[in-house]
Ligand binder design. Structure first.
Ligand code: AMP
Length: 193
């Protein structure tokens, strides 16, 4: 693994431990010699994770749609900022640049981005690890819901297992580094859809 893509809130949330976790996760990623790919903003947890990685001397690549350049306050300290034409291009570019995907706490945008990477993994479009850093139990309800989706017969247990969930950043990175992707039947080629 060379670069990790981090999805996280464009807001900071109410619990100060969210910002602290984003900052220290950025530092950890850089300390491990991994590049950070993220949404390019200087707001909320996005800004915190980028600042953490930059402070620790890491490579940080931001990818931001032109339309959000001002709203999400494109980070002025990035050596590498990709300004793209749309949200779709942003997600595609972030996925192409990274070889692992992690969500820290965030809102709908964060969820959408992580779940899209999970759906691409279950279709066999990529074989990179996907994880949730469950800071302060923020994702407990979502993880229960994913398990309920398996119970209800909507999600294959093997697909549920594509998501690594932990509250420990070092454990998450260790599991990403050791990741051995499961055999996934590729039912359709990405270029066909
Ligand atoms: P949020 O978790 O809602 O604060 O959003 C986190 C990040 O996801 C922000 O940079 C949003 O601009 C971004 N985002 C929201 N919706 C989408 C989308 N459909 N595709 C790509 N990024 C998105």
């Amino acid at each position: 693994m060379d670069r990790l893509c981090v999805y996280c809130g464009s807001r900071s949330g109410d619990n100060p431990s969210f910002v602290a976790a984003a900052d220290s996760f950025g530092r950890l990623v850089a300390d491990r010699g991994l590049g950070l790919v993220y949404g390019g903003g200087d707001v909320g947890l996005m800004g915190a994770v980028a600042d953490g990685a930059l402070d620790a001397g890491g490579e940080v690549i931001g990818v931001i749609p032109e339309a959000l350049f001002e709203r999400e306050v494109a980070h002025a300290g990035l050596a590498d900022l990709h300004v793209v034409d749309s949200m779709h291009t942003r997600k595609r570019r972030m996925a192409d640049l990274a070889d692992g995907f992690v969500a820290l706490p965030g809102g709908f945008g964060t969820l959408e981005e992580l779940v899209e990477m999970l759906t691409w993994a279950q279709l066999g479009f990529h074989a990179d690890p996907c994880g949730l850093l469950n800071v302060a139990g923020y994702y407990d309800g979502l993880v229960s819901f994913f398990d309920a989706q398996v119970e209800a017969g909507f999600v294959e247990p093997a697909h549920r297992d594509l998501l690594i969930v932990t509250d420990d950043p070092a454990d998450l990175l260790a599991r990403f580094e050791a990741y051995d992707p499961p055999e996934i039947e590729r039912v359709v080629d990405e270029s066909e859809i």
